[in-house]
Design a protein around this ligand. Sequence first.
Ligand SMILES: [Ca+2]
Ligand SMILES: [Ca+2]
Length: 183
Amino acid sequence: MRAEATQRVALVFSLLDANGNGVLEAEDFTLMGDRVAAAAPRAGQPAKDAMRAAFDRYWTTLLTELDANGDGVISFEEYTACVLSPERFDATITAFAGALAALGDPDDDGLIERPDFMALMTAIGFERAGIDALFDAFGPTADDLVPVPTWVEGIRDYYAPDKAGIPGDHLVTGAGAGTGPAA
Ligand SMILES: [Ca+2]
Ligand SMILES: [Ca+2]
């Protein structure tokens, strides 16, 4: 696994641990779903419900696939295994990415506006500098818009174990992370 992939996964683990107790459990994904839905006031209720459902599915997949010691929570060590077998998470990540991007496109024109992107990514917990750098790396149009599929692909790349130098790496450097989940 690439070092960049390890750093990306470490960062997202720390953010997904929404209640900050050091492990992932159902409550984290409920909190995160509420937080992210609240960050998209222009989005419709179906899109918000789809986002919460995607977070629920994300948690169920983690519990099913990664709870090696069967204690009902996912430790950091258990979580890192998700990038070792990406094919087991592909459908879940794709659904998650689609739900998030849909939430970021409330006018349904297939394009993401920077303020909507910033609001959602801030709600997840990423740092503003990294979010801006990521949006820039997506190559926005002159009107500062990014196509929905570009973001979806960016989310999928984020979880890829063999990718480096991708737009998502800006989130890690922008957040000053890379020292692990306890940073
Ligand atoms: Ca937790
Ligand atoms: Ca466990």
